[in-house]
Design a protein around this ligand. Structure first.
Ligand code: GLU
Length: 279
């Protein structure tokens, strides 16, 4: 069993990250498995070496250890390009030049019963669908043709081991087409986008259990579909509860008040952090 904690070094780690990392570490320990750390630093503008350094320090202080070297997503460009070439060979991707404003305008007025947003943002109205990859311009993104992808082979499913939605989940073609749509697999100027990066790097690291927060549960069918299309193993999943503030809001990067560093400065112990997140 191999699981991982994969933060993006775009801010200090907070209590939500501590809970996620400790959960993955504890699951690995309990199963006699391996806990890996990965830096999801594909966003070269927002990722900062000082946040990465801080994350290493905080996680070690919490009592976690992991094998070196730590995989950095920014070094996985070759793997991402190979995955995109595979999807292109399947005729499932196309370049897209639409801005957010273009997409909002083309989507038109919301219709009763049709979702406007999915786990990848506003559902893409399909403006660029049909453009060949050979037509790709330097500023284009790349999207997956979801309706076409859902036609390929027996539909995959995934097994959730977390406490919130345990059991096997099948992909729902209607939901994937209408409620998720043509997701971005490469952003302009970047080798790949989040959904593809996670699948390719989890495969490269032989991750058998993906541990992460419930906020990503709805994105999981996208990852399972990509793994299926790329013909790589579909891991098990463990989506844990989210750590919220007093108002019930999920902690975000801007919640620096709950940064692990702050608690450390105030003299908290790693056990105090475990207690604070209910472990
Ligand atoms: N890098 C992702 C994040 O910071 C977590 C990895 C995943 O999606 O499994 O939210």
């Amino acid at each position: 069993m191999i699981t991982r904690f994969a933060p993006s070094p775009t801010g200090p780690l907070h209590l939500g990250h501590a809970f996620s990392a400790l959960t993955a570490f504890d699951l690995a320990q309990a199963a006699g498995g391996t806990f890996l750390l990965r830096m999801d630093d594909i966003d070269r503008v927002r990722s900062k070496p000082e946040y990465e350094e801080m994350a290493f320090e905080d996680l070690a202080w919490l009592g976690l250890s992991w094998p070196e070297p730590v995989l950095r997503q920014s070094r996985s460009g070759g793997r991402f390009r190979a995955a995109l070439a595979q999807l292109d060979a399947l005729d499932l991707i196309y370049p897209c030049s639409c801005s957010r404003a273009d997409i909002a305008a083309a989507a038109g007025a919301p219709q009763e019963g049709v979702p406007e947003f999915g786990p990848d943002g506003r559902i893409y109205p399909g403006t660029c669908r049909g453009r060949p990859i050979s037509d790709m311009k330097p500023d284009d993104a790349i999207r997956l043709n979801m309706a076409e992808a859902m036609q390929r082979g027996p539909l995959p499913s995934f097994y959730e081991t977390g406490p919130e939605k345990p059991g096997r989940h099948a992909l729902d073609p209607k939901l994937m087409v209408q409620g998720v749509g043509d997701v971005v697999v490469a952003r302009k100027g970047q080798a790949a986008a989040y959904h593809l990066c996670v699948v390719v790097d989890d495969t490269a690291q032989n991750i058998s259990l993906v541990t992460r927060g419930m906020d990503l549960f709805d994105a999981t069918p996208i990852h399972v579909l990509l793994a299926h299309l790329l013909e790589v193993p579909i891991p098990y999943y463990h989506h844990h509860r989210l750590i919220r503030d007093e108002a019930g809001k999920r902690l975000a990067k801007r919640d620096d008040a709950r940064a692990i560093q702050k608690y450390r400065e105030d003299g908290a112990s790693p056990q105090d952090i475990r207690a604070l997140v209910g472990l």
